[in-house]
Ligand binder design. Structure first.
Ligand SMILES: [Zn+2]
Length: 174
């Protein structure tokens, strides 16, 4: 891993920012570069992934069916959208969007974190109630009781769900 320390943080303007770059070989996908910026002072943190090879705009559809599926590797870049159509939830690219290499469980955790925050902090009862229900559903998915479809769309092709069960299509860009 390459690191550059003591850079200027764009948020708190102290020289506590560390830039890191790491190269990773992802089986059945290729070489991936992981970039991250972390500030030890204000905890500002961003990350992204980029493939060494050029991939086509892609759409991956995967259905989580059992506990074993939680270990399936996922590469998600900051330009990708993640959709859970059955739960009517999605993560869309934007300024706060990050890229990461994780697995299905880690991906679900990102959604759980959003829901836990809503359950505990939302203003209205309805939102809190809905968040609680969705958390219960995700929990059932993790136990393998309920199947859940996950879709990752990346116009730059820097994302993937690495399973033979995943359906890969060329993403049509509107
Ligand atoms: Zn900072």
């Amino acid at each position: 891993m390459d690191q550059i320390k003591n850079e200027m943080c764009p948020v708190c303007h102290t020289k506590n920012l560390v830039l890191s770059e790491e190269e990773k070989e992802v089986p059945h996908f290729g070489k991936v570069f992981l970039f991250s910026m972390n500030c030890s002072n204000c905890k500002y943190s961003v990350s992204d992934v980029e493939c060494a090879d050029v991939h086509e705009p892609s759409k991956y559809t995967f259905t989580i069916e059992n506990e074993k599926d939680l270990n399936i590797r996922v590469v998600k870049s900051s330009t990708a959208s993640v959709k859970l159509p059955q739960l009517r939830m999605d993560m869309t690219p934007g300024p706060a969007s990050i890229g990461f290499i994780s697995n299905i469980e880690g991906l679900l955790k990102k959604f759980e974190d959003i829901l836990v925050n809503e359950r505990d902090n939302a203003e209205d009862d309805e939102t809190r109630h809905e968040a609680k229900n969705l958390l219960k559903k995700i929990w059932k998915v993790k136990c393998g009781d309920v199947p859940l479809k996950v879709i990752i769309e990346d116009p730059n092709g820097n994302s993937a769900i690495l399973s033979e069960k995943a359906v890969v299509e060329k993403l049509k860009i509107k």
